[in-house]
Design a protein around this ligand. Structure first.
Ligand code: SF4
Length: 309
């Protein structure tokens, strides 16, 4: 580690103690950000951990905007800060409140199932939320004859329809540009380069990529699968930061990104320098209007109720 980086980390550690800050990092953050975090996980794991943790006076959320919003919604009285407020998620922005209102009008009987990768405004208009780990379970829990509007990710929606055999799903056209960059030929080339490795892909990947995978899993599911599998090598079909997390959590195993291009520029806006500046200035609090937060909390709670956790 460079001297300048050690000095930076020392300052972060001093300030996080003084501020009583809990630093949370998504699995797609850079290695150095993951390494200084109190907890690394997927968006909901982090938001729920943030809600449960009683000792912290504030949260520094190293992820993208909708994740920090979710942490705020689940525990509104505690400040949540982002090191870079420009870290948005193009997938979350692919459906507007107006578009969802129009969809609801066109399908008045439908239940709206919303992936947590969505804005607070969209969650507030939804019936139930889901994550990539539990989307099929959430959909299966709903009455089979009720039409479902699934938003905003078409790849996750398509995978859920395959898993549940459900035909009455209206799936919105959004997609994650980072996962969409992973192509069939990337999987084929990675398999040729690492013939003994298993391919694990995220459900946000294109359907033709999913078909080539040995296992489809959310990020938390990937950690579990790779830890428990007798295989020693894995090709990882999701954002490249996940390879670092898997390496830390599954020692002795080898992980290869399926494509170096699957690098989310929004996730990488967070740096150690920006974490330090936020701890110094506390100038980027995340705000969710109380009325929106109140309505957005209900579909999140409904999801938790369905899962029984
Ligand atoms: Fe959004 Fe995709 Fe980046 Fe995740 S990886 S923050 S879904 S753009």
């Amino acid at each position: 580690m460079l001297d300048s980086q050690s000095a930076l980390i020392e300052k972060i550690n001093r300030l996080r103690r003084e501020r009583g800050a809990l630093i949370l990092a998504h699995s797609y953050q850079s290695a150095e950000v993951q390494d200084i975090a109190d907890l690394v996980g997927d968006s909901l794991e982090l938001s729920r951990a943030a809600a449960r943790e009683d000792r912290a006076r504030c949260i520094i959320f190293c992820g993208v905007h909708f994740m920090a919003e979710t942490a705020r919604i689940l525990r509104p009285e505690r400040p949540v800060h982002m090191p870079d407020p420009n870290a948005g998620c193009p997938l979350a922005d692919m459906i507007t409140a107006r578009e969802l209102a129009e969809l609801r009008k066109a399908h008045p009987e439908a239940l709206v199932v919303t992936y947590v990768n969505s804005t607070a405004e969209i969650k507030a208009q939804s019936d139930v939320c889901c994550t990539s780990a539990n989307a099929a379970q959430v959909v299966n829990s709903l009455p089979p004859d009720r039409e479902i509007i699934f938003i905003p990710d078409r790849n996750l929606g398509g995978w859920v329809a395959e898993q549940t055999g459900r035909k009455n799903m209206v799936i919105w056209r959004g997609f994650c540009p980072t996962h969409n960059r992973i192509l069939e030929r990337d999987v084929q080339e990675a398999r040729a380069a690492h013939p003994g490795a298993l391919v694990v892909a995220h459900p946000e990947c294109r359907p033709e990529v999913r078909k080539l995978a040995d296992q489809i899993a959310s990020t938390s599911g990937m950690v579990r699968f790779c830890r428990e599998s007798p295989a020693r090598e894995f090709i990882i079909g999701t954002e490249v930061g996940m390879v670092w997390r898997l390496g830390r959590e599954c020692p002795g195993k080898r992980f290869y990104p399926v494509s170096e291009l699957a690098d989310c520029p929004n996730m990488k806006l967070t740096t150690l320098e920006k974490i330090l500046w936020e701890l110094e200035e506390m100038s980027h609090p995340v705000e969710v209007p109380a009325e929106v937060a109140e309505r957005a909390r209900r579909p999140l709670e409904k999801m938790v109720e369905i899962l029984g956790t």
